[in-house]
Design a protein around this ligand. Sequence first.
Ligand SMILES: Nc1ncnc2c1ncn2[C@@H]1O[C@H](COP(=O)(O)OP(=O)(O)OP(=O)(O)O)[C@@H](O)[C@H]1O
Ligand SMILES: [Mg+2]
Length: 261
Amino acid sequence: MSAPLIEVRSVSRHYRLPRVSLLRAPAVLTAVESTSFTIRAGETLGIVGESGSGKSTLARMVMAFEKPDSGQVLFQGQDLHALSATELRKLRQKFQMVFQDPFGSLDPRRKIGWSIAEPLRAIGVDANTARRTAEALEQVGLHPRDAEKYPHEFSGGQRQRIAIARAIVTRPALLVADEAVSALDVSVQAQILNLLMDLQDQLGLGILFISHDLAVVAAICDHILVMQHGKPLESGPAAQVLHRPAHLYTQTLLKAAGVSP
Ligand SMILES: Nc1ncnc2c1ncn2[C@@H]1O[C@H](COP(=O)(O)OP(=O)(O)OP(=O)(O)O)[C@@H](O)[C@H]1O
Ligand SMILES: [Mg+2]
């Protein structure tokens, strides 16, 4: 087995809620509690759970946008939250996020070539950005000439391809996709999922795939982690979680998604 790309070790994250009374300590919400998982090159881990179960909080900690209160996130053996800002900036090109809402994350006044090259500029790569943008557009099934167009000239599915192009332009080893297909029609969803799988085959990507929809997760993931109220409820190979769920809650998610155990 290859070495882990990402190793999440018992991370927890709490949020302090607004104080309701001067006489009382503010309440603390546990968004994620003692959650662990590992993703290797070429593997897809699906995280499922209903709204508020802590999925996006986990994604933000994996992306080092947010620090866990306890626990560690190791990327290729390096503790992300122990790195200096400069070290983290350098390493960032190896793990990228596919944003959920390409409508919100693409600047409507900028040509999409500019938006796709943004992560390259963020890590200080100035050379060959046009060539690398063209390459990323081709990898997601668009045309290099599309770099000159504006977001409104594309369909929802094409915009999601652009979001993926932006995520792979730095040639990452890990993609984090948080509800990346949730806003799309089912047929377009399938195309985007196929694209992710093709890119994974070609580039050997590890993928952290987050969705509230177990049907989508079932379609592409090798391993599944079910979250409930910030806690890991069950995890294992996809076939096991889907066909022999250990918890009633997982069975409910399966039913809601129309996946029969
Ligand atoms: N910045 C924050 N401040 C306070 N509470 C937060 C913050 N971010 C998340 N939370 C709370 O933490 C819990 C987990 O939220 P999170 O966004 O991780 O859930 P999720 O599983 O991604 O939900 P969804 O499916 O709706 O995207 C929720 O109760 C949420 O309200
Ligand atoms: Mg979320």
